[in-house]
Design a protein around this ligand. Structure first.
Ligand SMILES: N[C@@H](CCC(=O)N[C@@H](CS)C(=O)NCC(=O)O)C(=O)O
Length: 224
């Protein structure tokens, strides 16, 4: 049985969404955010203190995009995966990792300097500069999404989940009004997917059942 350690709407949402799309059985362990301060026992399981952590037998993984890649490759054949023999294999891997390394990274600076630091250490100018940097990077998707519904192979894949999570985070940061039109339309389509809606419902149900706050991690303020 796969176990996923997760905080509400944090990056571990990528593997959760993937698991829901694949219809695989899994156990979801909810943690308060940030676990390194609010769930100290978690450091015994994952010394990094970050989420996600996915445990599947002897396999332990802590990178959200890599976990999506792992789940889809192991779950193949599935339309969520792009095979090496398909034309968009390179684009698939690129967008899968673009979602985290290129799009989510600048947003973490926005989160930190607009929300997570104590009031006295917040830096609105730094937050705005990194928001602009994120939006400039996101804009590069506009030409592609003006002519295609999804990022690769004209079908929904794990690459859309990875980039889609960056858009979810941007929504929490109040940045969606600054999306370009095709990106805006793409995000609206992603949010209508059954797998996405199920993932939102699953995390909320699990948080309530496990006595964990349902406040999304990106909306937590003044985190220790
Ligand atoms: N590159 C990693 C980043 C993991 C990460 O930094 N997760 C954040 C939540 S979205 C976290 O656990 N932050 C709490 C902390 O750093 O203590 C991934 O994509 O999974």
């Amino acid at each position: 049985m796969i176990t996923l350690y997760h905080c509400m709407s944090a990056r571990s949402f990528r593997p959760l969404w993937t698991l829901e799309e694949l219809g695989l059985p899994f156990e979801l362990k909810m943690l308060p955010f940030p676990p390194r301060a609010l769930a100290l026992d978690y450091l015994d399981v994952n010394p990094l203190g970050t989420i996600p952590l996915l445990v599947d037998g002897q396999t332990r993984m802590t990178e959200s995009a890599a976990i999506c890649q792992y789940l889809c490759a192991r779950g193949a054949p599935t339309p969520l995966n792009v095979e090496p023999t398909e034309a968009d294999f390179g684009a698939y891997l690129n967008y899968l990792h673009f979602g985290e390394a290129t799009l989510t990274f600048p947003q973490t600076l926005v989160l930190r300097y607009a929300r997570f630091e104590p009031e006295s250490r917040r830096q609105p100018q730094v937050a705005e500069d990194y928001a602009r940097w994120f939006l400039a990077r996101l804009r590069t998707l506009e030409p592609l999404l003006s002519s295609r519904a999804c990022l690769c192979e004209d079908r929904f894949t794990a690459a859309d989940i990875s980039v889609g999570y960056a858009l979810l985070l941007a929504e929490h940061l109040g940045l969606t009004a600054r999306f370009t039109p095709a990106v805006q339309a793409y995000w609206s389509r992603l949010k209508q997917r059954d797998g996405y809606v199920r993932a939102l419902q699953t995390q909320e149900r699990a948080a309530r059942a496990q006595g964990v706050s349902v406040v999304p991690a990106p909306d937590a303020t003044g985190s220790p």
